[in-house]
Design a protein around this ligand. Structure first.
Ligand SMILES: [Zn+2]
Length: 652
């Protein structure tokens, strides 16, 4: 699902010259073909599979609501990324956001199916493969693998990291990994055989519903967009405004999808389901498109060999979008399961959320629901279109030489920093900007200082004065203290923002907890109390009661702050999972305990008396700007290893 390709096609609206069978499909009428809306199992499926009925039926007041047989999964998707090139920052951004949402839903105790993958057919892929002297299949294997490697730890990287950990153990570089910590559940490739089977079955359903017809089309075609263009939108010499290359005149007879037939249904659907497209301003955009008139679009190509053949006509291949969108459905199939639509649908369709870039909104919010309705399948619950990223205020592009490579970023700064910056800095839904100075400032200020240092100095005090052991339950320490109430309120706020996909605000609320913690520490100044306690301990023989009292107060305060750190580590874990895991470990919890945490663990009371904290160790390395010789922040540890400097990472 290439961003560029999609952007331009949005004004395309292919007009068929002469629908060959228009009478046929129109005569069948609309009403009978459109009974199925979202969150409702297709009736054809209900009778044949009990599992289908696990989803509540929302329509019809008189309809008996069936009790779920099994837990309803939260199914969310990223676009399937187009493999003409390795992952860029735009695809990384969508995937990071999807991962944060998936992790939050898992914290809530939901069963989550997080789908991502690669879109591998089309003329452009075949051309890219040829240019690199590989077969299309080899090309797709390589590029698809580069996505998996960036998303998630793979075996050979584990070895490299382990070697690093051994060599650089003292430098705490266990976070110097090469992947973005994306915990996807399904990775679908459109060249998978199960996907091809699903596409063909889907095509046949739409055909049987009378929504596919054959027609001639002649127009200007951009090979890079893989789209026919509306001449009105082209630049001089018929240049594609995205690729700045002339379009070529092509004449093909293709199969068309009768999108126009769904105009009224989609209009009504959006009116009664305003949450279908988010944010709200994108819903308005979609409604505008529909209002201006939907035109049928071609769903096959006769000139493209690298694609799924049209059933019963192998001279044509299915158009990449009519192929790739089905990946959201085919991904649901488990290995070894029957490869058919019914099985896929029963494994989790409809999706709860499609997360996409704004450039492919038309495909997801107009074409896709119409296609699903035609095939008798439910419409997804929500399509969320996020904005674009710029760099230093400028659009990124290879020709401008200012692209942002996610692989480089994660190698230099680690997954936590990259994830945090983009989710915190960009208001989700709007456009956002990257600048390196801003990146370093934000990440250092929030993660190294506000969160990391608060934990580190508290653990230091506890170690020095209490042998790293908690003397009280955190619930006891908070009794009658309004500080706990403010933390509880901020946790509620964070949850609200996560639920509404306001990821930046969710980060902000969690950071506010840490700010409150720092303020509390500064006001209470336990280090000075310790001093007083120490001083008076010299007079302990005379005033042992006083000493004991100081110690009591201090210990209560330290327990409060460490409990706050535990809550932060739970609430921020969707955004910075690796950092939060290290915080848990500093608080004396195991990796398994971190992984078993739920949103309920943001409630006060997790730390118990007797819990022993780990040896204090910075959880997040301050980033040192070493390129310009002008350190952005003061490096407190000048004698750190050279290896860590190379990466621009030095411990705080
Ligand atoms: Zn183009």
């Amino acid at each position: 699902m290439a961003a560029g390709r999609a952007l331009l096609s949005s004004q395309n609206g292919l007009a068929a010259v002469a629908p060959l069978s228009s009478i046929g499909y129109r005569a069948r009428g609309l009403a009978s073909s459109l009974p199925l809306l979202r969150r409702r199992c297709p009736s054809a499926f209900v009778s044949s599979s009990a599992r289908c009925c696990s989803r509540p039926h929302s329509e019809g007041a008189g309809e008996r609501v069936m009790k779920p047989e099994k837990e309803e999964a939260f199914v969310l998707t990223t676009p399937l990324y187009y493999v003409n090139a390795p992952p860029h920052m735009g695809s990384a951004y969508t995937t990071i956001a999807a991962d944060a949402i998936a992790r939050f839903q898992r914290l809530l105790g939901k069963k989550v199916i997080f789908i991502t993958g690669t879109d591998e057919h089309g003329e452009k892929i075949a051309a890219a493969a040829e240019a690199s002297g590989r077969s299309p299949r080899e090309h797709c294997d390589t590029i698809s693998q580069s996505y998996r490697i960036l998303w998630r730890e793979v075996k050979f990287i584990t070895i490299v990291v382990l070697i690093k950990e051994q060599v650089l153990y003292d430098a705490s570089l266990s976070y110097g990994s090469n992947y973005l910590d994306i915990a996807y559940d399904k990775f679908i490739r459109t060249t998978d055989s199960k996907h091809e089977a699903i596409v063909k079955e889907f095509y046949s359903r739409v055909l049987n519903n009378g929504d596919i017809y054959r027609a001639d089309y002649e127009g200007l075609y951009c090979v890079n967009c893989e789209e026919y263009k509306d001449e009105k939108e082209l630049l001089e010499n018929n240049c594609c405004p995205m690729h700045l290359k002339p379009c070529v005149r092509r004449k093909e007879d293709n199969y068309f999808f009768a999108l126009s037939k769904y105009q009224k249904t989609l209009e009504d659907y959006l009116t009664s389901n305003p949450d279908f497209v988010k944010p709200l301003f994108r819903l308005n955009e979609v409604q505008g498109w529909i209002k201006s008139g939907l035109r049928d679009f071609s769903i096959s190509r006769s000139s493209v060999e690298w694609g799924i053949p049209v059933p019963n006509d192998d001279k044509q291949t299915i158009y990449v979008w009519f192929d790739a969108l089905l990946g959201y459905v085919s991904a649901l199939l488990e290995e070894g399961e029957q490869t058919n639509l019914e099985q896929a649908v029963c494994s989790g369709w409809p999706a709860s959320l499609h997360l996409i870039g704004k450039d492919i909104l038309r495909f997801h919010a107009v074409y896709w629901p119409a296609m699903l309705l035609s095939a008798g399948l439910s419409v997804p619950n929500m399509v969320f279109g996020h904005g674009f990223l710029t760099k230093d205020g400028m659009k990124m592009g290879k020709s401008l030489g200012n692209t942002l490579e996610p692989k480089d970023l994660v190698q230099r700064f680690g997954a936590d920093a990259v994830r945090y910056f983009f989710l915190r800095e960009v208001e989700f839904g709007n456009d956002g900007d990257y600048s390196e100075d801003r990146f370093i400032n934000i990440v250092n200020a929030h993660l190294a200082n506000t969160i990391g240092n608060l934990l580190n100095r508290t653990l230091g005090l506890l170690k020095k004065n209490c042998q790293s052991m908690l003397a009280f339950d955190s619930i006891v320490s908070a009794e009658g203290n309004s500080f706990k109430d403010s933390v509880d309120q901020l946790v509620e706020k964070a949850k609200y923002h996560y639920e509404n996909l306001s990821l930046s605000s969710a980060c902000e609320s969690v950071l506010d907890i840490a700010n409150a913690g720092n303020l509390y520490m500064d006001e209470r100044a336990p280090w000075s109390l310790f001093k007083q306690g120490g001083a008076s301990s010299e007079m302990a023989a005379k005033a042992s009661f006083e000493t004991g009292y100081f110690h009591l107060c201090i210990q209560l305060d330290l327990v409060m702050i460490l409990e706050v750190m535990r809550i932060i580590a739970t609430a921020l874990s969707p955004i910075t999972p690796s950092l939060c895991s290290r915080i848990y470990s500093q608080l004396g919890f195991s990796k398994e305990q971190f992984e078993a945490a739920t949103w309920d663990d943001t409630k006060w009371g997790g730390l118990k008396a007797g819990q022993i904290m780990a040896e204090p160790k910075p959880v997040f390395a301050r980033i040192e700007n070493i390129d310009d010789g002008n350190e952005v922040v003061q490096n407190k540890n000048k004698d750190k290893k050279k290896a860590s400097r190379r990466q621009g990472l030095v411990e705080a």
